[in-house]
Design a protein around this ligand. Structure first.
Ligand code: WT7
Length: 639
């Protein structure tokens, strides 16, 4: 399954285009099926209707666990590194992980979770989180993991959208020097969630919690009541594996749906190839399992390939900026997969945190989440890779399930800031605004994919029309990514960022409409507009222009109020970095906010505003520019 030379890549790529079904069938053969498929692929992008490996039966956990037991039962599957460096790390062999998954799967069964039921998971980055995902998959339940940074209201919306029957959580989570009271947040969320019958609570931080009689049960108690024998449920390749909510340009997050067979094949294949994983290696992805990167490249991809995957509970800067490098040294990490925002943040501490640390185990470096800037790329290459570890800059999305455009370590070339070439099976095209294909090299436009790949989303939960509208209606017969992209003279792809109203903050997608809705919930707010602006560490920051007639009474306090509101409604991850109080917003005569102008103002580039003649009231722009400059001066003084 692993490609070993450029020539082989080219041959595989060509085959994957000419005979996609043969190509993917060949890859799928390497996995364990209870019954093989009748048809590799049937599809159309108009409904859309996409089916991979139709008729096949399998259980993904047999691929991630059972099939490794005989040869690799004692091999570490998960190495867990706690938030507190003084606590011991934990290693779970494939045998132990299998046992724990089966046990917890029986707990789910005992609590009446059945095939097809939806399970909400809101947990810290502990091994039990991986166990919970796999236990769902073992019995055919559909997991919906919610990142620990989301608020009670966000959780409630997601639980209700999927009508989850059960919630798996913990008393709390450690994140650096902070503690997050997970169970308390869940209690608040569940006030408005009639479908939830059970809450399983793992003891972790020992934060006091209140347990509701008849609803809440302890993880530790439950696992004592069941045995470790749990046969894997036979699933259809196109049965749901999970739902993962992601933000888009409208106010409401979408539940991206991935199905079992295609997702397994795609994440396993891309993991093995992109990172060139070798049998005894330790692989460390710093993402949180609350995001797609964690699903695909901490849990399913590595485990289906029998890899050793390292899970880190904490943050790269706790207790200090050497933590990530300490972990690499301690566990002799061979492959490190992280985000540009983490690199930039660690870069800002200089080279001192690297002093005396042995990084010689590093063989491959990866980047994901946003375009990596040149400075960060070179810093990563020079100081972490010591100039001889290829950097795979992996472009993909929650919706694509796995990596799409990326170098393949030791096989295809790398180039700073470029995701470079499509992986086998991926057919990117660039189009102009009218959907006309841009042929040849040295062009830039909107990035689309013109042929299905096994890891792609199948629908958005409960609303297929929305899936069609968001991804398959902008351009006929194409999957639209929402990203701008250029193809250079060598044919390498470079992602330039979102072209819709989505901001990428520290590699996390945040919809501007969602943040605006949250801000507008504050009783004093009349209207708001949110845009992204370049941020040194986060990549993009959130800039909010807010009409709040009484703000002048105490702007600082009002700002804090608004931040609180956003934290309540969405979660701390969506807090604006800057709030500017204004008396009006630039609008067209038809009432549409001209974000282009606000983006320019937020960037501080007010020299050339472009065409403002269609504005209802051009004077409003001058006022905003003036206010912005005053705020800048105040901030400088404050520093
Ligand atoms: C958006 C997807 C894929 C896992 C993490 C984010 C941006 C992602 C790259 C990259 C440039 C990137 C895109 C994409 N993005 N990786 N290597 N180079 N941009 O998943 O939350 O679904 O966000 O992240 O804009 O559309 P996500």
């Amino acid at each position: 399954m692993q490609i070993t030379s450029l020539d082989e890549y080219k041959k595989n790529y060509q085959l994957s285009i000419d005979q996609p079904e043969e190509f993917w069938a060949g890859i799928a053969e390497k996995f364990l099926w209870k019954r093989k498929w009748d048809k590799v692929l049937s599809w159309n992008f108009s409904e859309p209707n996409i089916k991979w490996f139709e008729g096949a039966k399998l259980n993904i956990t047999e691929n991630c666990l059972d099939r490794h037991l005989e040869k690799d039962g004692d091999k570490p599957a998960i190495i867990w590194e706690p938030n507190d460096p003084h606590r011991d790390s934990i290693t779970l062999s494939y045998k132990i992980l299998h046992e724990q998954v089966c046990r917890f799967a029986n707990v789910l069964k005992k609590n009446d979770v059945k095939k097809g039921d939806r399970v909400c998971i809101y947990m810290p980055m502990v091994p039990e989180l991986a166990v919970a995902l796999l236990a769902c998959a073992r019995i055919g339940a559909v997991h919906s993991v919610i990142f620990g940074g989301f608020s009670a209201k966000s959780i409630a919306d997601r639980i209700n959208d999927a009508a989850c029957k059960i919630v798996i959580t913990a008393d709390g989570a450690f994140r650096g020097n902070k503690q997050i009271p997970l169970k308390e947040v869940i209690d608040d969320a569940l006030i408005g969630c009639p479908t939830v019958e059970r809450v399983v609570v793992l003891t972790h931080t020992r934060t006091p919690v209140s347990m509701l009689k008849g609803r809440d049960i302890w993880w530790e108690d439950e696992i004592k009541l069941v045995d470790t024998d749990c046969p894997a449920e036979e699933m259809d390749a196109e049965d749901l594996l999970f739902i993962l909510y992601t933000s888009g340009s409208t106010g409401k997050p979408k539940g991206v749906v991935h199905t079992i067979g295609g997702y397994m094949v795609y994440t396993g294949y891309t993991f093995a190839n992109v990172f060139n994983y070798q049998p005894e290696e330790v692989y460390f992805c710093t993402a949180d399992i609350g995001w797609i990167t964690g699903h695909s490249y901490i849990v399913y991809g590595p485990l289906s390939q029998g890899a050793t995957t390292l899970m880190f509970e904490g943050v790269p800067t706790y207790p200090d900026a050497s933590r990530m490098w300490q972990i690499v040294e301690k566990h002799k990490v061979n492959i490190l997969y992280t985000a540009p925002t983490a690199i930039r943040s660690l870069m800002s501490f200089g080279l001192e945190p690297l002093n005396g640390i042995d990084l010689s185990s590093i063989r491959v470096l990866g980047s994901v989440g946003e375009p990596i800037n040149e400075e960060a790329w070179h810093w990563y290459d020079k100081n972490i890779g010591k100039g001889n570890a290829p950097i795979v800059d992996t472009w993909w999305q929650t919706e694509t399930g796995g990596i799409m455009i990326s170098p393949i370590a030791f096989v295809t070339p790398t180039k700073p800031c470029f995701a470079t070439l499509p992986l086998p099976g991926v057919q990117p095209i660039l189009v102009d605004e009218n959907g006309k294909e841009l042929i040849g090299n040295g062009v830039s436009g909107n990035l689309c994919i013109k042929f299905p790949w096994p890891g792609m989303l199948r629908t958005t939960y409960g609303d297929h029309e929305r899936c069609k509208l968001t991804y398959f209606s902008t351009y006929e017969n194409l999957y639209f990514t929402g990203d701008g992209c250029s193809r250079d003279e060598d044919g390498y792809y470079r992602i330039t960022g979102r072209v819709d109203d989505v901001i990428n903050v520290s590699g996390h997608r945040i919809g501007t409409a969602e943040v605006e809705n949250a801000i507008n919930m504050h009783s004093g707010v009349v209207e708001s507009a949110v845009v992204g602006y370049p941020h040194e560490v986060k990549g993009q920051g959130i800039y909010a222009f807010v009409i709040f007639p009484k703000a002048h009474e105490d702007e600082t306090l009002t700002r804090q109020d608004i931040l609180k509101t956003v934290t309540r409604v969405i979660g701390a991850i969506a807090k604006p970095d800057k709030i500017l109080f204004v008396s009006g917003l630039p609008k067209t005569r038809s009432g549409k906010i001209m974000r282009r102008i606000l983006r320019k103002i937020a960037e501080g580039d007010t020299s050339n505003m472009g065409d403002t003649t269609s504005l209802l009231d051009p004077a409003v722009v001058e006022e905003i520019v003036l206010k912005r400059n005053t705020m800048d001066k105040l901030e400088l003084k404050g520093k």
